[in-house]
Design a protein around this ligand. Structure first.
Ligand SMILES: Cc1cc2nc3c(=O)[nH]c(=O)nc-3n(C[C@H](O)[C@H](O)[C@H](O)COP(=O)(O)OP(=O)(O)OC[C@H]3O[C@@H](n4cnc5c(N)ncnc54)[C@H](O)[C@@H]3O)c2cc1C
Length: 382
């Protein structure tokens, strides 16, 4: 079915980002998968070529183009090239961290951080999850005690995307633990602050080139002017911004489904068994037909969500639907595609095997799928 989301400008951008992925990510990807993170040069090149902070106003070093469709294109192209985790960190920087800075930072903070973030000189992360709490965000234990003109930050975070390389970390901490979720604030920690340490670079099942790390804060003195927004508002800011992160998962999921199906259709045409292409068996055709149908249905839904996000009408409940349903579809589709590849589907040299490993986390991060269903269920008044 024809997609109606994109204009000629988007098509040109897609060509140019596709070229960037082929030239700057694909050749280095195998090494980055071994390293567990991409290179700093990639960030700098992405910055130079205008792929970071597109929505940031020109006065702060961006392109001033606030159009989520460019982010969609970037997610789709890295997925289609089979290098999702080579660009995932930049996606988090562009689509998750920068929106917080734009929405809640003061002009002085924007001036301090955004030009470097657009240039790829400042790599960013957002640290919510802790060893003892993920889904229950209100239970975070990291504390930020006010002492004169600074906060004394203590705590630990884990599973933090870009954590190993980050120069700037939006850290979720309790400035007033007695108030529960109303005592949560967002504190910006910067590289070089004494007591800010990295823990392990974590060895994951998939998304191998995407840096995921532990962070440790030991008596870090963070100047009060690094508070993002108002004290005690952190939880509400997170709730407001998470819809976009959740749609991101749905967008990535649909791109992954389309990519997996396209490579499997090709494989089914070429691979023979019992003297015929495996695609000619009725079971294979039915499986491919079912997947194609569900992906078309999912595409219409996800594109509609993208339109709603552009219009500012995407609700947290619909974003939660895009997240859980999209990621579940991805897991089912990729699993079926592995099956149709037979033994080759289990070999990591085949992109479908890596797609299988990359898919698993989609129902876990950005809020688990169970939490998504809680959000939707509560909206039904039950
Ligand atoms: C690759 C990767 C990257 C990540 N990147 C980041 C990042 O950049 N920043 C960040 O802050 N975090 C990040 N995370 C953390 C991620 O968001 C959490 O893992 C996720 O929110 C789940 O939290 P948890 O791991 O503590 O699981 P838990 O909260 O312990 O959940 C365990 C199980 O219990 C279920 N459960 C919990 N509560 C309920 C409930 N009320 N009802 C029903 N079921 C429930 C969950 O659905 C899950 O199945 C990342 C995780 C991964 C794996």
């Amino acid at each position: 079915m024809k997609r109606t989301l994109f204009t000629e400008d988007h098509r040109l951008f897609r060509d140019s980002y596709r070229h960037f992925v082929e030239k700057e990510i694909v050749p280095f990807y195998a090494q980055w998968e071994k390293d567990g993170h991409v290179s700093r040069e990639l960030w700098l090149k992405a910055g130079q070529q205008g792929f970071l902070g597109l929505q940031v106003p020109e006065e702060y070093g961006g392109a001033g183009v606030d159009d989520y469709r460019y982010s969609v294109i970037m997610m789709e192209e890295s997925t289609r090239a089979g290098v999702t985790s080579g660009a995932g960190g930049m996606g988090l920087h562009n689509d998750i961290v920068i929106p917080y800075i734009l929405a809640y930072a003061t002009p002085e903070q924007k001036q301090r951080w955004l030009p470097g973030m657009c240039a790829g000189e400042i790599i960013s992360a957002i640290a919510m999850t802790e060893p003892d709490t993920g889904s229950d965000l209100a239970a975070v234990r990291t504390s930020a005690q006010r002492q004169g003109d600074a906060y004394l930050l203590n705590g630990q975070k884990t599973f933090i995307t870009n954590g190993f390389m980050a120069d700037l970390v939006i850290t979720v901490a309790k400035t007033n633990p007695a108030l529960g979720h109303k005592g949560i604030s967002l504190i910006v920690v910067e590289e070089g602050m004494e007591g800010f340490k990295r823990g392990r670079l974590l060895d994951k099942v998939g998304l191998k080139a995407q840096d995921t790390a532990e962070l440790i804060f030991e008596d870090v003195r963070v100047p009060v002017h690094n508070l993002l927004g108002a004290e005690g508002q952190g939880f509400y800011y997170l709730m407001r911004q998470l819809a976009r992160e959740r749609l991101n998962v749905g967008v990535g999921a649909l791109a992954a489904c389309e990519t997996a199906l396209a490579m499997t259709v090709e494989y089914c045409k070429q691979r023979t068994a019992f003297g015929k292409p495996i695609g000619s068996f009725q079971n294979s055709r039915f499986k491919l037909a079912e997947m194609q149908t569900e992906i078309e249905i999912g595409r219409v839904f996800i594109d509609h969500c993208i339109e709603e996000l552009l219009e500012g009408t995407l609700t947290p409940e619909v974003a939660a639907m895009a997240k859980w349903w999209g990621s579940d579809l991805q897991k089912r589709v990729v699993d079926e595609c592995v099956q149709l590849h037979g033994g080759y589907g289990y070999m990591l040299e085949y992109p479908i095997a890596r797609a299988y490993l990359d898919a698993r986390v989609q129902s876990i991060y950005a809020g688990t799928n169970e939490i998504m269903k809680e959000i939707i269920g509560r909206s039904l008044g039950v």
